[in-house]
Write a protein that binds this ligand. Structure first.
Ligand SMILES: Nc1ncnc2c1ncn2[C@@H]1O[C@H](COP(=O)(O)OS(=O)(=O)O)[C@@H](OP(=O)(O)O)[C@H]1O
Length: 369
């Protein structure tokens, strides 16, 4: 399961794992991954989650969406058994980038499978926010006339007018363990922090807090891979080498290596079209570009709630047996250009011109995935 995060490259990773060349390769040593859709987006909705607890047929509905061979199986215990024995025939994938911050998904998944391998891709939150903004404008036409600066103002206004939210964030910041973080995050979700697109654009940057439920209820040694999206964007073949080892416990096939080297990047949105329209006739600044002031405000907030402790969290996860690829230089991600997420062309340019020392991928030598 690829649980997120949005705009971290999840579509591309899903394509790398499910693409026909790698799955139809007669020399493929593993069962094929059957995937007809990328995102089931099923287990993150609170009502569905409650229903799932009460009614096992909801799991069947979920597995049906994924064309999982156990979709017809009745009852949670039978499902659990079925899910655990099927991988030798078929592998199934769900890549829904909102699962990582749902307080419920880890618990739902746990009910039917303890063995699912979980992959998370993390992109620098500021880049992620700019990318989310552009995708929404280009794909859905929302915020066509609303500059990103105005959405930042809206977010800051929300924080100012709901004092319980900053108070809970402060509490979360000082949390000594994941249980406290999980409870604090649930409180924030109950306070509406993930209710709207506008709020989610910022709240879904809170990687440390949103992951607490997964850390507490689901993550297990050698079953979790956390990918630095910037390393993936720079060196997909190198990172895919680790992904294949994590997934299948082997080296890449020739076909997988070629696919990682050659396949076009998926879900790329150029910062063009309406999102680049100037805010006013007197301004040349495109809507997606943050003003210095807004950028600073956002950076300060992200620093306190996401970045300050990120490396500690990664170190803890690694100690708990997670595989980590990338993040090899602090401060992360050595990728941001000077324009708050940068234009695509600037970022793409920097991808090729600014090389970094790539990770050695040998954190877990010798252990069974
Ligand atoms: N191989 C490679 N190289 C460089 N960049 C890449 C690559 N694969 C995906 N991407 C960038 O990932 C962004 C899309 O992420 P997601 O597919 O996770 O988005 S989604 O949440 O599932 O909609 C999207 O970012 P933007 O460039 O900001 O649009 C893609 O360009």
């Amino acid at each position: 399961m690829i649980i997120g995060a949005a705009k971290g490259g999840t579509t591309d990773l899903h394509y790398q794992l499910t693409g026909l060349p790698v799955n139809n390769d007669p020399k493929r040593p593993d069962p094929p991954i059957k995937a007809h859709l990328k995102e089931a987006r099923f287990m993150n909705w609170p009502l569905v989650s409650t229903d799932m607890l009460l009614n096992a047929s909801m799991y069947a509905k979920y597995l049906g969406k994924l064309t999982h061979p156990c979709a017809e199986t009745k009852g949670v215990l039978a499902l659990r058994q079925c899910v655990s024995v099927h991988p030798p025939q078929q592998l199934t994938i769900d890549a829904s980038p909102m699962y990582w911050y749902s307080p419920h998904t880890a618990l739902q998944l746990r009910s039917i499978s303890l063995d699912t391998k979980v992959i998370l891709m993390l992109r620098h939150p500021l880049e992620g926010i700019v990318s989310l903004y552009n995708h929404r404008v280009i794909e859905d036409g929302v915020w066509k006339r609303i500059p990103l600066d105005a959405l930042v103002d809206g977010w800051l206004d929300f924080l100012a007018s709901h004092p319980a939210v900053p108070a809970t964030l402060e509490r979360l910041r000082g949390c000594p363990h994941t249980r406290c973080q999980e409870e604090g995050w649930r409180d924030l979700v109950a306070l509406g922090l993930t209710d709207t697109l506008e709020l989610r654009m910022f709240s879904s940057a809170l990687y440390r807090y949103g992951l607490a439920s997964w850390r507490r209820h689901y993550f297990r040694p050698n079953r979790v891979l956390i990918i630095d999206s910037h390393a993936y964007f720079r060196d997909r073949p190198g990172v895919m080498k680790t992904v294949v080892r994590f997934m299948y416990g082997r080296d890449m096939t020739r076909v997988e290596a070629d696919f990682a080297a050659m396949a076009p990047a998926q879900n790329v949105k150029k910062h063009n079209g309406s999102s680049t329209a100037p805010q006013s006739s007197s301004s040349k600044k495109p809507n997606w570009m943050l003003s210095d002031e807004h950028r600073r405000l956002l950076e300060d907030w992200l620093q306190v709630h996401v970045l300050d402790e990120l490396y500690n969290m990664l170190a803890e996860l690694r100690d708990d047996g997670a595989w980590i690829v990338g993040f090899d230089q602090a401060p992360w991600p050595w990728a941001l250009d000077g324009d708050a997420g940068g234009s695509s062309s600037a970022r793409r340019g920097s991808r090729s011109s600014r090389r970094i020392a790539l990770p050695t991928y040998d954190f877990y030598d010798g252990s069974e995935p």
